[in-house]
Ligand binder design. Sequence first.
Ligand code: ATP
Ligand code: MG
Length: 544
Amino acid sequence: MTPDERVADLLATFDNEGRDLGDLLCDRHPADAVAFTVVQPDLTFRDLTYGELAESSRRFAVALGELGVQPGDRVATLMGKSADFVTTVLGIWRAGAVHVPLFTAFAPPAIGLRLKGSAATVVVTDASQRAKLAPSEDLPADDARRVIVAGEAGEGELALADLLAAADPSKAPVVERKGSDELVRLFTSGTTGTPKGVPIPVKALATFVIYLEYGLDVTADDVYWNAADPGWAYGLYYGIAGPLAAGRRNILLQAGFSPETTWKVITELGVTNLAAAPTVFRSLRSAETPAPAGIDLRRISSAGEPLNPDVVTWGAETLGAEIHDTYGQTELGMSIVNGWHPDVYADIRHGSMGRAMPGWKAAVLKEESDEIAEPGELGRVVIDLAGSPLMWFTGYVDAPEKTAERFSADGRWYYTGDAGQMDADGFLYFSARDDDVIIMAGYRIGPFEVESVLVGDPRVAESAVVGVPDALRGEVVEAFVVLAPGETPSAELATELKNRVKTKLAAHLYPREIHFVSQLPKTPSGKIQRFQLRKERTEEISKA
Ligand code: ATP
Ligand code: MG
């Protein structure tokens, strides 16, 4: 099958007039195939087959029906990665309802924003998370909202185990959902400000599968581990929904991130295909516990933020494969990738985030007009809707202005909000988020290039580069640096780092100030929030 034929085939499956999602995401796969391997912090693990999941999710769909949940209603989850979590999510979809994932790293204000923005009528939580749902200023009590707890239920709450035990799986509903019907309501990461609500339709499953096949090259023989949390797009699309749509297995680690457990899961479960965010790879690289000898992964992929070239090389030296950078958004899923599929992505280019996936067409437009930029010219990264049958995003929830900002008036282009370049062969190079571009004395500077040079020094674990106001030059470059464990800040080190940028990048790009900090502001999914640093520094400077 050619990639185009595969795209058409998947669209026929996932973008049609009506399919039962229970069948599409579970029942049509072999009942004895493993859907998820749930790993406990002590590394004991349990395989959950598609057959077991079919039974438990049928029970949950029945229970939701008895609570009055109708197709299209929103049901939220605030749960760790567990068998109960996947039962719940699949049960929601089987009932034709819309899943609203709440990240376990969220505090009550973030939970409140999403519950309000989705008008969820039911929230399923677990023992470790339920306290966050207690009524508070950020989360006003709502009598209409039912809370289901995986674990012991408190007053007014329902116990998931009781609901599952009481439900008759043979009574499970068969609900037909169209390709355009809402499957998930997820909020963007909030890296640049208030998160935006994105309705994800059933059709998006087609592009999730394309990424698993052409981007990650997950095969039947792989032990695939998407380590991202299902509370944000990468973990939900490619750790839960995509694997279910493709009938593949994923590993769910029921524990927070630590380098030690990561190494153990990789070695003990024999992981061959790993996907995670750059923050994970950066932490593994600078961890005090180095990678054990003998790790030999077949495929490694990264997404969500640019990947520093040093980290790519570290992957090849330490883990057995280069880390392929892939680009996407909550609004698109992955769409521009250094894929692993040997037929389509025989060559990759270092420093590039890749080429458009099958089913997608990307372009770079000039800064001021919707004309296509010259090869190598810095401009706005866009999706060409005329050549992107897999595109599924049509707009944000209740935000027509924000939606309008994303699309050209003629409906041809989707503006990603990111700046970059494309070379003559269609490889895209990320420069910066539009908001993070630094304009110093007329030069446009992407912070990421400077950050990569800083991180190239083994004493630096992470860095964030921002533009701060300067009377003379408009903006100047400043860097925030987190040192590797055991390193101490000093004026000498600051000078050395400045010189490193001067000699390895360009004399004018060196950070005028280096701030040594113990951590960087990040979204719960680990993305660096440069706007916070910019805001702090701007305030300090205006006071000075
Ligand atoms: P918000 O829109 O709320 O500010 P966000 O844009 O971080 O948050 P996501 O949808 O999770 O929310 O992230 C998409 C963005 O992440 C992209 O627009 C891009 O800026 C960045 N990104 C994702 N992958 C890559 C990558 N491989 N290289 C560079 N940037 C990336
Ligand atoms: Mg965004």
